[in-house]
Write a new protein. Structure first.
Length: 292
């Protein structure tokens, strides 16, 4: 396949480029210096240069606080930028694979969300990504929209800067005797290498549509930290943060666990548990009693 990956130097984009190349596909890596999503002119000019079978969009404005402060920019990139891509890929006859987020939900369901649950975002980021989903789904019939959650990978997240949650916990453990983490927010930590493999699998078929695409099972951030320290034999006092200890500046869902129902129905789900993904990332073996 001829594939273009947008956000190619990002946390997920880097792994997506690698996953396609591993299959022998020809990949054009596009960074922000090559393409500006918020400009239809830039998108059309950049993508129009080559014959493409698929365009994978991992780029977004996804720093939640920044989106809240700069809603016009968030909508220009996440909503209209996706519209620009959907139009350009449709006109080129290319498939669009677009990455979205668990933050389209308000977290009130209290059990894993499936694809046809009604979204109700709590913040500008979630609203702008939901608008982007609608554009992708209505403008290019050959679309895959993948909602994912709590990404971590070997390459730094450019929007958030610094370390991912796993490396941050290990750094804090090295520097301090104790770490305090919230136990009231539930997610599914998903490794970018697993998500990249899922994207490659979908690109080989025509089961277009909206998919939840996260690792299996769920955990709180506290449980995630606990597993990180157990798997790495890290000697640290891990404590549950008291409610309000780390006040969120922007409302977020406290439960954004997704069920990959549509992937499973079609026999396309490649994800293993979040614990297995974490073991792969850390380069350790999974203990047999790991069942959160
Ligand atoms: N990280 C998470 O925990 C998480 C959770 C759920 C969903 N997601 C979604 O997953 C996707 C990938 O996230 P990630 O962690 O890989 O992000 P990342 O490391 O921040 O990468 C995002 C990429 O997008 C590029 N970009 C930003 N604005 C752009 C624009 N206007 N035009 C073109 N390129 C632009 C960035 O380039 P510059 O840095 O040079 O601007 C960067 O290369 C995003 O769609 C995000 O919404 C992420």
């Amino acid at each position: 396949m001829n594939v273009a990956v947008i956000g190619a130097n990002g946390q997920l984009g880097t792994d997506v480029v690698y996953a396609f190349r591993e299959q022998g596909d020809v990949v054009t890596s596009l960074t922000h210096a090559d393409i500006e999503l918020s400009s239809l002119e830039s998108v059309s000019a950049c993508l129009g240069k080559q014959k493409l079978d698929a365009v994978v969009n991992t780029a977004a404005m996804h720093h939640v606080e920044k989106c809240e402060q700069e809603p016009a920019a968030a909508y220009a990139i996440n909503a209209l930028g996706t519209r620009n891509l959907a139009i350009a890929t449709r006109d080129l006859g290319a498939m669009l694979v677009h990455v979205s987020t668990d933050y389209v939900f308000d977290g009130e369901k209290g059990e894993p969300y499936v694809e046809d649950d009604a979204p109700l975002p709590l913040n500008v980021y979630g609203n702008s990504k939901l608008a982007g989903e609608h554009f992708a789904r209505t403008l290019n019939p050959e679309h895959f929209v993948l909602r994912t959650s709590a990404l971590y990978g070997k390459h730094p997240c450019r929007a958030k800067g610094g370390l991912n949650f796993v490396d941050l916990m290990l750094k804090l453990a090295r520097e301090r005797g104790k770490v305090r983490v919230v136990d009231s927010e539930f997610v599914t930590p998903t490794s970018t290498s697993q998500l990249a493999k899922q994207i490659v699998v979908l690109s080989r078929c025509d089961a277009y549509g909206l998919y939840h695409a996260t690792a299996e099972r769920k955990c709180s951030w506290y449980e995630f930290a606990k597993e990180i320290f157990q798997l790495t034999d890290t000697d640290i006092r891990l404590e549950v943060a008291i409610p309000g200890e780390f006040p969120a500046k922007v409302p977020r869902p406290s439960y954004s666990v997704l069920e990959n129902r549509e992937l499973k129905i079609r026999g396309l789900n490649v994800f293993s548990s979040w614990q297995e993904g974490l073991c792969d990332y850390l380069g350790v073996r999974e203990p047999s009693n790991s069942q959160v």
